[in-house]
Design a protein around this ligand. Structure first.
Ligand code: 13P
Length: 337
């Protein structure tokens, strides 16, 4: 049986390697308008296009960001938007040596027939949207689906999550975008770390089975897993070394070395916790580039420092650069606090 490979195969491999380059990771700044609204409300700002533009201009024009950040995930609005001084956001990223990426999923809705779980929409029209995003300068994509431990996960929810991710990955590769495969196992719950490990094994087995079945080119994908940690409400906390042990054990068991990069989400960990955990995972060589694709763990202090005031832009950019540099060091296993 011969299967037609994406005509973009070489480019996909090259893009994935560029994003997974030593000492760099991804800035996730693809909050949907609704989520961005929550972030802006936390500093007393209205959720207007102008405020979203001002904030995202601040992020991407932080001087020297490209030294630590190899890719930025954008929401559709940002991909087509200009900065406050009229440059295309995409061009500013490219000048910084940062590859533009795009969130392509259409968000979560209730999964009928499940235990109050969700599934992720966005496959309809995905091929034509991906082609248009490529034209606009995007070179990688993100699709985030979630699995909840307190609600199951049911076999149905895991199957649906894996199938959706695999279809998305095949379609975006066909259109020149490197898919970030993100089945987020939510932190919520009182369960211990062993339960997270068990669920993560189940989820990644199913995801890779489906990726293979859909003829996805493993050298041309990136993963965005959650770290294996205890549930957020679990009383027994784990040290960075324990998180690293469990998470690396999971990756070794489930992720083929053909995959170039594992870019973790921060999922509500504090900024420093996310850096320490990443650093612990890079204390010995790994078969894949093990790095970050953080939103909150890169942006929290930056956003607060900005507070919507033009006079705070520089201080806010410094806060972003501090987190970016710390995580860059953690990617190299050299973060010392
Ligand atoms: P957090 O790092 O804030 O979890 O966000 C990453 C992300 O992009 C979730 O899809």
């Amino acid at each position: 049986l011969t299967v037609r490979a994406s005509s973009y195969a070489d480019e996909l491999v090259k893009t994935a390697k560029t994003v997974a380059s030593p000492g760099r990771g991804i800035l996730a700044m693809d909050e949907s308008n609704a989520t961005c609204g929550k972030r802006l409300a936390s500093i007393g700002l209205e959720n207007t296009e102008a405020n979203r533009q001002a904030y995202r201009t601040l992020l991407i024009s932080a001087p020297g960001l490209g030294q630590y950040v190899s890719g930025a995930i954008l929401f559709e609005e940002t991909l087509y938007q200009s900065t406050t001084d009229g440059k295309k956001m995409v061009d500013v990223l490219i000048e910084q040596g940062i590859v533009p990426g795009i969130k392509v999923d259409k968000g979560l809705v209730p999964l009928a027939g499940s235990n109050d779980e969700s599934w992720c929409q966005g496959l309809d029209g995905l091929a034509s949207r991906s082609a248009a995003y490529y034209q606009q300068g995007a070179r990688f994509a993100k699709w985030r689906t979630v699995v909840s431990i307190p609600n199951g996960p049911s076999a149905l929810a895991v199957k649906e999550a894996a199938w959706g991710l695999a279809r998305y990955a095949a379609i975006t590769q066909d259109n020149g975008l490197v898919p970030i495969v993100e089945p987020e196992i939510m932190l919520d719950g009182e369960h211990g770390i062993d339960r997270t490990f068990e669920v993560a094994q189940q989820v990644w087995a199913e995801v890779f089975f489906n990726l293979a079945e859909n003829n996805v080119l493993f050298e041309g994908i990136l993963l965005k897993p959650s770290m294996v940690t205890p549930g957020a409400e679990c009383k027994e906390r784990a040290t960075p070394e324990q998180v690293a042990d469990y998470t690396l054990k999971l990756l070794h068991r489930r992720i083929p070395p053909a995959v170039p990069g594992i870019m973790f989400l921060s999922g509500g960990q504090s900024e420093v916790e996310a850096t320490l955990n990443l650093n612990a995972m890079n204390q010995s060589p790994n078969p894949w580039h093990v790095s970050f694709s953080y939103a909150r763990a890169l942006q929290n202090t930056c956003l607060k420092t900005w507070g919507g005031r033009p006079e705070n832009v520089k201080a806010a950019q410094d806060a972003l650069l501090l987190r970016a540099k710390s995580n860059s060091l953690a990617q190299l296993g050299k973060y010392t606090g």
